[in-house]
Design a protein around this ligand. Structure first.
Ligand SMILES: Cc1cc2nc3c(=O)[nH]c(=O)nc-3n(C[C@H](O)[C@H](O)[C@H](O)COP(=O)(O)OP(=O)(O)OC[C@H]3O[C@@H](n4cnc5c(N)ncnc54)[C@H](O)[C@@H]3O)c2cc1C
Length: 454
């Protein structure tokens, strides 16, 4: 790729920051990543800036594919470090909307999925970034603000404060990329600089995530390596029980507003009982606890519409959760960050002053797909407030039939998973052949006994 600048600075060394740095290194001589936390050496070490690292954290197949494209061999790195691989339906128990996806048979072409813990995934990503000579990561360095030309029209660098230093330094840059996450401060900086902030879309979900690491007795989970129980009509709750490295599992129990899980150990385990099947509950109840219970409250899915702004400073880009932060139960964040990295890569040619406009426009498409999937599914719950125009109601009604068909029809289950994993667009569930299968299953169900609910 042709060079378009000398120095790019990325704010934040989490997933979207590191992926952005990787693609920027193709178009800039140097890339500096600035991170507030002290970045750990260990594969399992948590850090303050990523509290979500203590909870179930899935990498969707589309994200895994992009990781592999940007860092060939990284999926093998995950496995070499102990991450489980999910090879077929028998290893995945997924119940969504009250429907248990078919676990018999094989997928025709859905490839394996990878399950590194979040700290392991980040540590492998940092190792790959560390091997790229154009990229330098500076940790324990807090970004304090932007530096601009006197008319605030062009960003020229960032103000930073190194840990233990009382004074501020400036890092000059030809392009600044804000990857500081959901609470990223670009919106505030824009207002201070005399710009309109982006319009914000928001769906309040008030989700509570509570998690604990467990070591179940060997063999107690049979072949299952992933158990995902989503919300269902009348049950705004969920559970995820995932195997990670070294026989360690993470159990995350989730509840929407008024249904938050308790955090005392006995009450917490009881919360799981009605959600999971008996053998999973027994494995959880009898497992050795390896940590305390961590809690994380997630108030709302938020999408900032940067692509709609008509005035925006030149040479500033915003990526990742700082643009769109999704209800985490759909596990989309890291994959949408990787789709944004590809959109950024596609925007790094031509005039440097136009990179942001090109990027926001290109990124809006994958963000929009993920946003409509996540918010549409949340709006299936009556307690979630938000607009439910006819298309949302029709899609939710059809999705319920798709999931019902996926209980017994492996073809439909696989098609559904490909959409869920962001490999295929949702429209692939509406082809004539899929609709025929869905309606045939619907007719069969109406004339037979109900399927098992666990
Ligand atoms: C409870 C929970 C569970 C989740 N589960 C999943 C899942 O299963 N699958 C999935 O794909 N996604 C999941 N996500 C979302 C996912 O974690 C994020 O989408 C992903 O980390 C990308 O976010 P990011 O890199 O943009 O920001 P973040 O991960 O929030 O990182 C921001 C970085 O910026 C740094 N920073 C912040 N301010 C400054 C500053 N002033 N100066 C310097 N550095 C700064 C922070 O320390 C941090 O390193 C979950 C999120 C939550 C909250």
């Amino acid at each position: 790729m042709k060079r378009i600048g000398e120095h790019a600075v990325v704010l934040g060394a989490s997933i979207s920051g590191l992926l952005a740095a990787r693609v920027l290194s193709e178009a800039f001589d140097r890339v500096t990543v600035v991170e507030r936390d002290q970045l750990p050496d260990g594969q399992r070490t948590q850090r303050r800036g990523v509290p979500q690292g203590r909870h179930a954290h899935g990498l969707l197949s589309k994200g895994a594919k992009i990781f592999e494209e940007l860092f060939p061999g990284i999926l093998d790195d995950f496995v070499a470090g102990g991450a489980p691989v999910i090879d077929g339906p028998a290893e995945l128990r997924m119940r969504l909307g009250g429907h248990l996806l078919c676990m018999d048979g094989e997928y025709a072409d859905l490839s394996r999925t990878y399950q590194p813990s979040r700290p392991h995934l980040e540590s492998r990503l940092r190792a790959r970034i560390g091997a790229l000579s154009r990229i330098k990561v500076i940790d324990q360095c807090q970004v304090t603000g932007l530096r601009t030309t006197s008319d605030n029209g062009t960003v020229t660098g960032v103000g930073v404060r190194y840990e233990g230093s009382g004074s501020e330094d400036v890092i000059p840059a030809d392009l600044v990329v804000d990857a500081t996450g959901r609470s990223g401060r670009t919106t505030k900086w824009l207002v201070e600089m005399g710009y309109e902030p982006p319009a914000e879309e928001r769906i309040d979900v008030d989700i509570m995530y509570t998690s604990r690491y467990l070591r179940p007795a060997p063999g107690s989970m049979g072949r299952e390596k992933v158990v995902i129980i989503g919300h269902a009509p009348g049950s705004p709750k969920g559970a995820e029980f995932l195997e990670e490295e070294d026989g360690r599992w993470v159990l995350t129990l989730i509840g929407y507003r008024d249904h938050h899980p308790p955090t005392d150990p006995a009450g917490w385990i009881e919360f799981a009982r009605p959600l999971v099947p008996d053998h999973v509950f027994a494995a959880i109840r009898d497992a050795e606890p390896l940590s305390e219970i961590s809690a994380h409250r997630f108030p709302a899915s938020v999408r900032r519409r940067y692509e709609k702004l008509t005035r925006f400073p030149r040479r500033l880009v915003v990526v990742g959760d700082a643009i769109s932060s999704f209800n985490p139960i759909y596990a989309q964040g890291m994959t949408v960050a990787s789709l944004q990295a590809m959109a950024l890569r596609d925007s790094l040619s031509g005039d440097l002053d136009q990179v942001a406009q090109r990027f926001f426009r290109k990124a809006a498409k994958p963000i929009g797909v993920a946003w409509r999937m996540a918010t549409g599914s949340d709006l299936a719950l009556p307690q979630i407030e938000g607009p439910r125009p006819l298309p949302v109601r029709l899609i939710n009604s059809y999705m319920d039939k798709v999931l019902a068909a996926a209980e017994t029809d492996m073809v439909v289950a696989e098609k559904f998973l490909k959409v869920q994993y962001l490999l295929e667009p949702p429209t692939t569930l509406c082809t004539p052949s899929t609709m025929r299968r869905v309606l045939a299953a619907h007719r069969r169900r109406r004339s037979s006994a109900p399927a098992p609910t666990h």
